[in-house]
Design a protein around this ligand. Structure first.
Ligand code: KG4
Ligand code: ZN
Length: 337
């Protein structure tokens, strides 16, 4: 069964073709120019998706060696994300579904990240604890049965990726900043400066990242009075900042894993590419945890993860047969996803 998936929730225009759960192609066109503005400009992102969506889809079909007429199922991200950006991809996908007479599966972007560590794996290990760390979201989700998700922790303010991006801005590094901080941290001393870790009253598994960013702001004002740190200082700040974020993620995740008796941890989203996160979490393999990360092309936003989650959901529902209708499944409610 061939699936065509479309993702346009933020600044990546992406299309992918899958044969069952196997990814045949995954084309990602990143709108790099947003870095000039220090963040994604929603209206510009939507217009750019409009320009790129057809060539990106054609490239995905060509690379997979399939014709659009051969596609059995269309999946598209419908939520959450930038509304204008989502509308471009979701309506393009729905239009294809209607014109080809093939079913359309609306896919929740967070859910797609959640299952992305299992792409190219043999099976989805249940139960598992999903840690989703992206530019817009930080969530701990307990999955005891496929597609039954219990959110047990979330950020109460900034997302983990946002904490990286805001720090990069304060340090004059550009946007998006996570990868840049990660690179600089590799040559830095993680003990260079001690950043505070958030303590959240009455909430065991929630996260907070706005305090650490503010702490960086005051530290820069006090210790660097207007100049930007460079060289060893910059490396040290990046390494210490990253260490504090990684520890916050690590402590909550493994506390939850112990409490719920789960030993499979699946980390996903853009920040799952972070080398500090990977090292710290992978270290828990010696404690008999199964630690899963997505392959690098599936960490940031991509259509393959949309097709994977959409196909799994479609094929696990007995009522769904390819070609039955253009809207075989109802819209997924984010709160109950
Ligand atoms: O999942 P994603 O592509 O988009 C959202 O759904 O938000 O995540 C983007 C986020 C950005 O905040 C970016 O700075 C962060 O992922 N990121 C990283 C790394 N690579 C990307 N953060 C830390 N270390 C990295 N290596
Ligand atoms: Zn994402």
């Amino acid at each position: 069964m061939l699936t065509l998936a479309i993702e346009t929730s933020c600044d990546e225009t992406s299309a992918s073709v899958l044969d069952g759960v196997n990814v045949l192609s995954n084309i990602i066109s990143t709108q790099l120019f947003h870095s000039e503005f220090g963040g994604v400009v929603p209206e510009v992102a939507s217009r750019e998706h409009l320009k790129r969506i057809i060539p990106v889809t054609n490239e995905a079909l060509n690379m997979a060696g399939v014709n659009i007429q051969d596609i059995d199922l269309i999946c598209g991200t419908t939520e959450p994300g930038l509304v204008g950006a989502l509308l471009v991809g979701a309506n393009f996908a729905k239009g294809l579904s209607a014109s080809l007479g093939k079913p359309f599966v609306p896919v929740n972007h967070i859910k797609a990240h959640l299952y992305s560590p299992f792409i190219s794996n043999e099976m989805i290990r249940l139960p598992f604890l999903g840690l989703i760390i992206s530019g817009g979201h930080t969530l701990l989700i307990l999955v005891e049965e496929r597609f039954r998700h219990r959110i047990i922790g979330k950020t109460i303010d900034d997302a983990a990726g946002e904490a990286f991006d805001k720090a990069a801005k304060l340090l004059g590094l550009g946007y998006p900043g996570g990868r840049l901080i990660d690179e600089l941290a590799k040559d830095g001393d993680p003990e260079y400066h001690k950043f505070p870790k958030a303590v959240i009253k009455n909430s065991e598994f929630d996260f907070s990242f706005s305090g650490i960013k503010t702490s960086l702001l005051y530290y820069l004002r006090k210790s660097y009075s207007g100049r930007l740190p460079e060289g060893e200082e910059l490396n040290g700040i990046c390494a210490s900042y990253q260490k504090a974020i990684v520890e916050m993620l690590y402590e909550k995740t493994f506390r939850a894993a112990k409490k719920f008796g789960v030993n499979t941890i699946a980390v996903s989203g853009g920040v799952s590419a972070n080398s500090g996160v990977r090292r710290k979490f992978e270290g828990m393999r010696k404690e008999d945890y199964i630690i899963l990360f997505p392959e690098s092309e599936y960490t940031s936003d991509n259509a393959a993860m949309i097709g994977f989650a959409g196909f799994l959901e479609y094929s696990s529902s007995k009522d769904n047969q390819p070609g039955l209708s253009a809207h075989a499944r109802p819209r997924i409610d984010y709160k109950n996803f």
